[in-house]
Ligand binder design. Structure first.
Ligand code: CTP
Ligand code: ZN
Length: 158
């Protein structure tokens, strides 16, 4: 970021900074984290700022909240490039890259209507194996149906 863009995004005292979000996905990140604004945290969303690594990126800052690992792991699905910075007293005390797990359980829905995970009476959680990271491709453990990146984004952002 250049000087003008640094000024645009001010430092926070305590909380979490989610940096290097692919441009345009900041709102989906908030939704996936379940942050609506009604929790009372000061939330700053910056979209489409210049970034060396990505060209353009989004940034989300949530004050007075430290994200837990389980919340962060979900982000890999829509923001695999993101870094999570924990801020205490203006200092970055922890920097984590989000990591795509080998399996995704319960977050996504299989697109095969006949899949056992789609039958309400069966109470079977969806379970996908990651077969490719880029582009993202998941395979349902039960029926073998592939879930492509586009479908994952659709499910997580609608
Ligand atoms: N940040 C913030 N408030 C602070 C400290 C840092 O909002 N008190 C933000 C920075 O603006 C940056 C992110 O947290 O977006 C990570 O900070 P830092 O590690 O200092 O920046 P970089 O070295 O540029 O990080 P990276 O190498 O991950 O790009
Ligand atoms: Zn299935």
């Amino acid at each position: 970021m250049d000087e003008q863009e640094t000024l645009r995004v001010s430092k926070i005292k305590n909380g979490t900074v989610i940096d290097h979000i692919p441009a345009g996905r900041a709102l989906a990140v908030l939704r996936l984290l379940g942050i609506t604004g009604s929790e009372g945290h000061v939330v700053t969303v910056t979209m489409n700022v210049r970034s060396g690594k990505l060209g353009r990126k989004d940034l989300v800052k949530v004050e007075d909240l430290e994200l837990v690992t389980e919340q962060v792991n979900k982000l890999t699905l829509i923001a695999p490039t993101a870094t999570i910075n924990i801020i205490r007293n203006y200092e970055v005390v922890e920097k984590r890259a989000v990591k795509l797990p080998d399996r995704i359980v319960g977050i996504l829905r299989c697109t095969n209507p006949g899949c056992i995970t789609r039958q309400p009476m069966e109470h079977v959680n969806s379970k996908f194996v990651v077969v490719s990271k880029s582009p993202l491709r998941l395979e349902c453990e039960y029926c073998g149906r592939y879930l492509e990146e586009e479908e994952v984004l659709k499910q997580l952002t609608q």
